[in-house]
Ligand binder design. Structure first.
Ligand SMILES: [Zn+2]
Ligand SMILES: [Zn+2]
Length: 284
């Protein structure tokens, strides 16, 4: 009933202001009656009207107090490597391949095509990922997923794409954690795409194309070589026919040395994938 009334008001441009005013009053009243606590420090969050621009703060301001928000999220911006997505130390100039990518022994075959991350794995974004993964604050998945969608829009939305594949957890870890953060971060992508483009996406998200056949040790604390060794042979493709000739994007929460993503991509390439890109929330 209320939504019908809201839609009726929205049909009349003069009423848009009244609607905004009522919405603001309603939010203030709710915030005064049921104040939220900051996910980091536990202080009560004071209500702040949200700015209209879709920046980082409006997405997170109902979850963190001003002081914790001020620790900041640092988005990754150009100039960066066109392939591995590493941001260059120099903040001027255009995107181009970095020295590592130029000198890679096999620059085209069976390699992740493009790696892109929303932000640096530091400050508030690092805190957010820890809260989501280790303290199960799943209310963060929605705003963090929206930030990741901004990166998807910027770098991937026009390219050919068939399936988004969240990097899978082993069944035992999935049962222990209760969710796969790599999936939670992208599960709203089809809805966000439709909102933005006005049409349903031509791609899907799949949790079943790839699975983790071996329960590996946590990669935390391992160096690059140890990470690659630890993850070797950990993934399998259930039905190679569903991967053959397909263009895929792997998704994950953090990119550290890239060992996990490389192993997952290599498994997908062996099953016949045409291309594999990687989209993550943060890059260490
Ligand atoms: Zn706080
Ligand atoms: Zn590079």
């Amino acid at each position: 009933m209320f939504s019908l009334w809201k839609d009726h008001l929205r049909d009349h441009p003069k009423n848009e202001l009244i609607l905004k005013f009522l919405s603001c009053v309603g939010k203030r009243a709710l915030a005064a009656l049921f104040p939220h606590k900051c996910l980091v420090c536990g202080r009560y969050i004071r209500f702040r009207p949200q700015p209209a621009t879709p920046t980082v703060e409006p997405l997170l301001c109902h979850l963190f107090c001003s002081a914790c928000l001020e620790t900041g999220v640092n988005p990754i911006e150009s100039p960066l490597c066109t392939q591995c997505g590493k941001p260059f130390a120099s903040r001027t100039g255009t995107d181009h391949p970095c020295a590592d990518c130029l000198h890679a022994s096999d620059p085209t075959h069976d390699r992740i095509g493009m790696v892109r991350a929303f932000g640096h794995y530091d400050a508030l974004l690092k805190e957010c990922i820890h809260l989501l993964k280790y303290r199960k604050k799943t209310s963060l998945a929605r705003p963090l997923g929206r930030l990741m969608f901004q990166t998807f829009q910027h770098h991937f939305v026009t390219g050919p794409l068939h399936v988004i594949v969240p990097v899978p957890l082993h069944r035992k870890r999935l049962v222990h954690r209760g969710f796969n953060q790599a999936y939670l971060l992208v599960h709203e992508f089809p809805r966000l795409f439709k909102e933005w483009a006005g049409v349903a996406p031509g791609w899907t998200i799949s949790n079943s194309l790839l699975f983790r056949s071996r329960n590996t040790l946590s990669q935390t604390g391992f160096d690059k070589a140890r990470r690659a060794e630890n993850i070797k042979g950990a993934f399998r493709v259930k039905h190679p026919s569903k991967v053959q000739g397909k263009r895929l994007i792997l998704t994950d929460d953090v990119y550290t040395t890239g060992a996990t993503a490389r192993e997952a991509a290599s498994t997908l390439f062996k099953a016949g994938a045409l291309s594999v890109d990687l989209l993550v929330l943060a890059r260490a």
